[in-house]
Design a protein around this ligand. Structure first.
Ligand code: GLY
Length: 305
C-alpha cells in the first residue's frame, strides 16, 4: 500500500524572545500548512508552492513581503523549487521586484529556455514578464522589518527571529517536491548569497528517495550541501530522523569555518518525515492525509511519523 500523502512546513530556524513574534510565526506556519494541504491532492509540487507562497505573502516571516533587510537597507530575496520527478528545479537570487520568488523559481523549473538559476535584474524582469507578483522594491519593506533593521544596526536587537521558510511533500502518486524562500541573513553584505537558492544546499528532491529543505547559516549549509546530503543518507539506509540528525551534525565538522544553528525538514519516499533543528526553535508543522495536523515551536524528537 502507498504511504499517505504528507506535507511538512517550517517557518525558519531561530529563536524569538518576544511572545508576540512567536505567536505570529506559529500562526503563519499553521496557515501555510492549511494552504499547502488543500493542494496536496493536486500533487507534491502544488502543495509546497502553495505553502511557501503563503509564507512569502505573510509579513511575519523572513521571506517575500517583510523579509529582513541587507546591510544597505534593501530586501534581496532568494528561492528554489525542485520536483523529484526528473529532478527538475528552478531558482532565483537577489530578487528585488517580486513578492513571491518561489513562484518564479517554479516557473523556471518548467521553462528551461531562460536557464534554471537566475539572479538580480534578470529575475526581476522575468517576474514582470510573467506577471509573478511584481512589485516595487519598497513594497517588500514593512514598517516592522525597517524598525528591526534599524534596531539591529544599533545592536539594540540581537534576537535572531526566524530564518528561511520551506516545505517538502510526498503525494499519493509517490512524487516528492521541495520549495524554499528567504530574505537571507539580516544585515547581510550586498551581493552575499546563502544556501537557499542553491540546488543541493538549500533544497533537493528525488522521487526514488525523498525531499529536503534547509534553514540556518547559509555559509555552512552551502559547504556541506546539506539538503542533498540528508536525502543521500536516506538512500544509504538511514531513517529520515537519523539522516536529519547526521546532516545537521556535519555543519560543525570543520574547525575554523563558519557554523551556526540551523534546521531542516525532510520527507522520505517511504512516507517517513522528520523536522530537525539545532537552533533553539523552529516553528513547523506536519499534515498527513487522514491524521490531525501537528504544529510546534520545537521538535526535540525529530521523527514526525
Ligand atoms: N539560510 C539562508 C541564508 O543563509 O541565506
Amino acid at each position: 500500500m502507498s504511504p499517505a500523502p504528507v506535507l511538512v512546513v517550517h517557518g525558519g530556524a531561530g529563536r524569538s524572545s518576544k511572545p508576540e513574534d512567536r505567536v505570529r510565526y506559529m500562526a503563519a506556519v499553521a496557515a501555510a500548512l492549511d494552504a499547502g494541504s488543500s493542494e496536496l491532492a493536486q500533487g507534491a509540487g502544488p502543495a509546497v508552492i502553495a505553502a511557501v507562497e503563503y509564507m512569502e505573502r505573510d509579513p511575519a516571516l523572513n521571506a517575500g513581503l517583510g523579509a529582513v533587510l541587507d546591510a544597505d537597507g534593501r530586501v534581496l530575496l532568494d528561492a528554489g523549487f525542485m520536483e523529484g520527478t526528473g529532478k527538475r528545479y528552478g531558482a532565483v537570487t537577489c530578487v528585488t521586484r517580486c513578492i513571491t520568488p518561489v513562484v518564479l523559481a517554479r516557473r523556471l523549473s518548467e521553462d528551461g529556455d531562460f536557464g534554471r538559476f537566475i539572479a538580480g535584474d534578470a529575475a526581476d524582469r522575468l517576474a514582470a514578464r510573467w506577471n509573478v507578483a511584481p512589485c516595487d522594491p519598497d513594497e517588500l519593506v514593512t514598517t516592522r522589518s525597517r524598525a528591526r533593521h534599524l534596531a539591529r544596526a544599533m545592536t539594540a536587537d540581537t534576537d535572531p527571529g526566524a530564518d528561511t521558510v520551506g516545505a517538502v511533500a510526498l503525494d499519493a502518486a509517490g512524487h516528492v517536491a521541495a520549495a524554499v524562500s528567504t530574505g537571507g541573513t539580516a544585515c547581510k553584505p550586498g551581493g552575499r548569497v546563502g544556501d537557499s537558492p542553491v540546488v543541493g544546499a538549500g533544497f533537493w528532491a528525488d522521487d526514488r528517495v525523498g525531499a529536503c529543505v534547509t534553514t540556518g547559516v547559509g555559509e555552512a549549509l552551502l559547504r556541506q550541501g546539506t539538503a542533498r546530503r540528508c536525502v543521500e543518507l536516506i538512500a544509504a539506509g538511514r531513517s529520515a530522523a537519523d539522516a536529519a540528525r547526521i546532516a545537521l551534525s556535519e555543519l560543525s565538522d570543520h574547525d575554523g569555518d563558519e557554523r551556526g544553528a540551523g534546521g531542516l525538514i525532510v520527507v522520505a519516499h517511504s512516507g517517513r518525515a522528520a523536522i530537525a533543528h539545532t537552533s533553539a526553535e523552529m516553528p513547523a508543522g506536519c499534515a498527513r492525509t487522514g491524521q490531525a495536523p501537528r504544529t510546534g515551536h520545537a521538535w526535540p524528537d525529530r521523527d514526525v511519523g
